[in-house]
Ligand binder design. Sequence first.
Ligand code: SAM
Length: 302
Amino acid sequence: MSSIRTNSMTNFLYQLDGQTWFKEQVTDEIGHALRVDNLLYEGEIDHQHIVVFENERFGRLFALNGFIQLSTADEFIYHEMVTHVPLYEHGAAKRVLVIGGGDGGVIREVLRHEEVEEVTLVEIEKSVIDFSKKWFPGVSDGAFESERLNLQIADGAAFVKNEELSYDVIIVDSTDPVGPGEVLFTEEFYADCRARLNPGGIMVTQCGLPFLQPAELKKARDNQAKSFESVTFYAMAVPAYSGGIMTLGFARAGGVIPAEGEIHSRLARAGLDFRYYTPEVHRAAFALPAYVGTILNTGSFA
Ligand code: SAM
């Protein structure tokens, strides 16, 4: 039984049995650690604590204020599901808004859809974009240089208050509801997003891990339901996000559910291929476990 040596090197990094480990404190009572095989960067930028390191199983990882944002080994799961589900449900999105998403993974996937004429990215921290370009060029894969990209460095909540803007799909690829991300889970923010959507528009939101963050999920649903005609969720498991399935909010501004087979047809017309997304996974992701339904009704499943 190895003992934990407490000579921690710095925030989130510590030594154990001669190895360096990155510890993510997921909740007060749960943490998980990844072995640091190569520490590439650790420090503060614009009051944000950033760690970039490599791990044999997860590839290169990016942590913001102690929370893992992505790993190069499994980022395709989250970025494909948060992007292609709303875009294939909508079927004719021309204007897409991404809030957060400074690593560039979502805009990379959005730009694969040729029918999208403009994608606006609103990221509050320019340093995250600069960082991602330097350390994770494969995640954005040139998306930041696209002529179809409208890049804004701003608070997403303030941005959507602009009366002149309208979109077909809004993707909120935010951090969890702490710090600058907190405002992106409020009733007011969702109401402003609803006002920015064209008829038939769709908003998708990062809504955390229901097993560990049940109250966050219920609060997001209750706040979205005050502005949107329909609110539901879909789920997938992202290994780098420890704690079971992750839920994504799916809110419609009117519009209709595509007929059976229509998602297949849209996928066939686009001719794109994916590492996680399939029309079957698309449909199945909306089949939620019973305990998630209990959370949505009661705020917990104890
Ligand atoms: N996929 C990750 C997840 O599920 O946790 C999120 C990745 S992305 C790096 C999250 C981004 O949201 C960060 O770059 C952060 O700076 C940005 N962000 C947080 N609050 C924001 C706000 N109010 N407006 C715009 N961007 C914000």
